[in-house]
Ligand binder design. Sequence first.
Ligand SMILES: N[C@@H](CCC(=O)N[C@@H](CS)C(=O)NCC(=O)O)C(=O)O
Length: 317
Amino acid sequence: MRPVLYSFRRCPYAMRARMALAVAGLELELREVSLKAKPPELLEASPKGTVPVLVLPGGAVIEESLAIMHWALNQADPQGWLSAWDLSAKALMDALIAENDGPFKHHLDRFKYPNRYPGETSESHRRAALAILRGWNQRLSAAGWLLGDRPCLADWALLPFVRQFRLADPADFDAEPSLDALRAWLSRCLEHQTFKAVMQSPWAERSPWRSPSWLYHLALRGDWNTARQAGAYLISTRGQSLEQVGFVHLSTAQQVVATAERFYGDVPAGELLLLSLDPRQLSDVRFEPAPGTGELFPHLYAELPLQAVLLAEAYTV
Ligand SMILES: N[C@@H](CCC(=O)N[C@@H](CS)C(=O)NCC(=O)O)C(=O)O
């Protein structure tokens, strides 16, 4: 049994947790989730519903990114993010991370997503965030990293948030005065194997993990678009209507890949969608043997209600 990490590729908290877990050299099962439809297994482990969440083999749950980083580095800290520093340095790391997770994140969100915060001025939050960044810039100008001449926990914990700030307006960030050391640090971190590794497979996945609690249906993009316009999905499987067959072909999480290969192997990438379905919203599902193999497949003896579709995403293996 390996620990299970629920993660979201683009979440800055999940990025920093993945970095610590990867650096510690830990083996785990990564479950990419969509924040629009969180799998029941994640919510059962951690009802607050944020990522990252780490579930240990004994069942213990760690549901804060920083706690996951500490847990990982306690297992192994080969780059000395924590172990190579004394108590006063650790107190400084904590203070920098608190400044990031508190005021910096507060201003970053209001600058980056002005629509979510009506009545707030994006520019004043940008300036407040920049004031914090200038403080970090000053630290970085001494020896290149936040606490000295080598990276520590705080460098990696702050990195994904500084990256987000730049991505919100790269041209302005790149032209901003008095940020040279911070920009050099950011480029160095982004080019570092520690960061690059967690933005690609196997540390970051692009398609959501398939929950065994859900059911699935493969649909051609054109059929799905028609259904959304018409308000009803009336296809059974490729080239056959619900009316002709009498039920809609579904798959369990374990059956999706084989079904896609068998019936949709020639469909161009992006034209095949995987619909994730909430079985509680499907009225009459029967598990019936497929002709020939006898393998049991779920069949929906009703129209597929559009509200049962939790996610409709391009299918990737
Ligand atoms: N304090 C948490 C914050 C995690 C967090 O807010 N993650 C965001 C994604 S970046 C999330 O899961 N939001 C829930 C949602 O959007 O539904 C941590 O450090 O792990």
